[in-house]
Ligand binder design. Sequence first.
Ligand code: GDP
Ligand code: IMO
Ligand code: MG
Length: 434
Amino acid sequence: MPVTILIGAQWGDEGKGRVVDWMASSADIVARFAGGDNAGHTVALDKDVYKLHHIPSGILHENVVSIMGNGMVVNPVNLLREMDLLREQGVEIRPERLILSSRAHIITPAHIALDEAREVSLGDAKIGTTLRGIGPAYLDKTGRSGIRTGDMLLDIETFAERLTDGIEAANEVLAQQGMETLNPAEAAESYLEAALKLRPFIKDASTYLYQALRAGKNVICEGAQGTLLDIDHGSYPYVTSSSPTAGGALTGLGIGPLFVERVLGVAKAFSTRVGGGPMPTELDGTVAQHLRGSGANFWDEFGTTTGRPRRCGWLDIVMLRYGVSVNGLSELMLTKMDVLSGLDELKLAVAYEIDGERSEYPPVTNEQLDRAVPIYECLSGWREDISGCRSFDELPAAARRYIARVSELCEIPINTVSVGPEREQLVANVVKQV
Ligand code: GDP
Ligand code: IMO
Ligand code: MG
């Protein structure tokens, strides 16, 4: 049973990319199953920083095949740009190493325009999307009018016609909202060029994966976004339009559950969120500034895709417990422990008080969530720089207690924590010692 599903256990940006990169040295295949270029996965390797949006983080390992699965939505033009940027950084991008599922859906210029139009029309209630056209692309998919990557293998005139039809339909909606409309032929032009270039990468990824799994290959399913942004399990409507939870890995790649051996959740040692929606432990002031950083370091809390400052707060155990449950996590990994250094006191939201009642799990409605007051447990902080620690014993006692307490409160083993963005900045074998 060689499949590991790796999931973001919070609101995204937990450090999934860096964890996949670390694990990929013992993998044969790394496969993305949800989202599109709304994702931004950062991998730091010996002073080089790679930013991945569509392409799995496994691409940095020579012997790994990377797959973009059917559950994804793909912007062909941006994907080509991403390939070119990686090539400039010395990464080899060839069809033998990178497969694009023929069943993934295409994000068109119309989807991007509609994403913006919808956000404008929502005013203060906007979702705060990444404006990458994600929602409208999934809407067309479920509405059975989407264009699939496999359609790029058709004769180019037919593909062009599908694109321009979609853009014309979107123009009607844009015009109704008083937004600027698109010139269909012009908008489609760069897509036609991209389609021709992407053709060699397009394959039946599910069959490829099945054969690989039958041959005993190791597969990592790389989650994008996070549990609390899931279309079903997140704080709807302040979510993305796909299924970034463990179940999404199966449908988003076309693999069966019996192949799955581990479901690893990645959580940041504190909470962050970009975009709108409830976040009970959100802070402002000096602690938030400490957690966010100034923006001077690439790992500071500013969006990889949009550059937006991320909202920051204490670790929300209520949400994390929920992430453990809806994904059936087998273990948790904590990232960015080093960022907590220098805070005298650390807080964990162990429950919420809602209308006078204590709740250990998130409430059903956002209205209740808006009224949720976190009940905090306070722990001592530590002052030492822990970015050089490589074993559990080397961590300050307060850091060891923090990890142990999170594990205890979530009732899940924590095997590994990260103490810096570089591949080797990890403390493994924690579980045996907490
Ligand atoms: P992803 O979307 O889940 O892959 O996460 P992002 O790449 O969007 O954001 C995580 C950021 O934290 C990236 O800049 C990583 O390089 C950085 N990062 C990951 N783990 C650590 C860590 O342990 N310490 C520090 N300081 N940065 C980290
Ligand atoms: P990674 O994979 C953090 C958020 C957006 C917005 C909501 C909907 O890097 O963790 P969308 O553009 O998907 O329609 O936006 O989801 N969002 C993310 N937040 N990390 C991500 O990806 C995200 N992808 C989408 O900010 O709140
Ligand atoms: Mg990210």
